[in-house]
Design a protein around this ligand. Sequence first.
Ligand code: NAP
Length: 242
Amino acid sequence: MVALVTGASRGIGKACALKLAEDGYDIAVNYNSNDAKAAETVAEIEKLGRKAMAFKANTADLKAVQQMFRDVQKEFGQLDVLVNNAGVVDDAYLLMINEESLSRSLDINIKGYFHCAQQAALKMMSKKHGKIINVSSVSSILAVEGQGVYSATKGAVNSMTATLAKELAPRGITVNAVAPGFIETEMLDQIPPEKLEEYNKSIPEGHFGTAKDVANVVASLCSSAFDYVTGQVIVIDGGLSL
Ligand code: NAP
């Protein structure tokens, strides 16, 4: 079994890659710029006894994504799972949103997911088997001031999950999403400490989640126990959105 995880050089993507490797998958590790971190992920997967290779590609760039899927096919010969995870956040209140940041978020968080889902579906359809997991965010259902752009992109991820699930069900492909709350990764470094403290207090479980918490759910969705589940968004937020 082979899984391609986008944005797997660190954070949630890396945790998903390692958990899927533990579960027996060979892993294609996608990343954007951090060669050293991607190489670390590959080495850690290899230590688990699985095959792994790093594929540098900006998911917002369709041509780069097409080439990556050709390379993955050449190196691994098949594709069973896509974890659409590569994403960016750039918080700004409405009047502070700039065009460059807006385009970057829409390109990576929305277009990037479509690019990869399209290429993955092409490969999976021929075998009538595959699983696509989209990493959304609790911000898709919970209004957080300053996250207008980010929440809009993650709302789009939820909508595409439902539509693609319906389109691809007859082809034997399930499409689900996970919506993490606050997860301890480098992404949180962008939030001021006093804000983080405030957010922490509003989580019923009393603490932020870990990348492993998300990876465990992603891996479960990839297992046969979830073969009859499609089009769903599973919230992983310690109760934050309740
Ligand atoms: P992170 O620590 O910032 O890591 C981002 C990863 O995505 C890195 O591997 C990065 O590669 C890669 N990446 C960024 N832009 C890319 C592009 N254009 N093409 C390919 N790869 C790209 O982020 P994270 O916290 O793990 O977040 C992962 C996903 O979870 C995102 O979709 C995010 O929106 C979602 N999420 C995170 C949280 C949270 O609290 N952390 C909560 C909810 C949802 P390089 O290392 O090469 O730059």
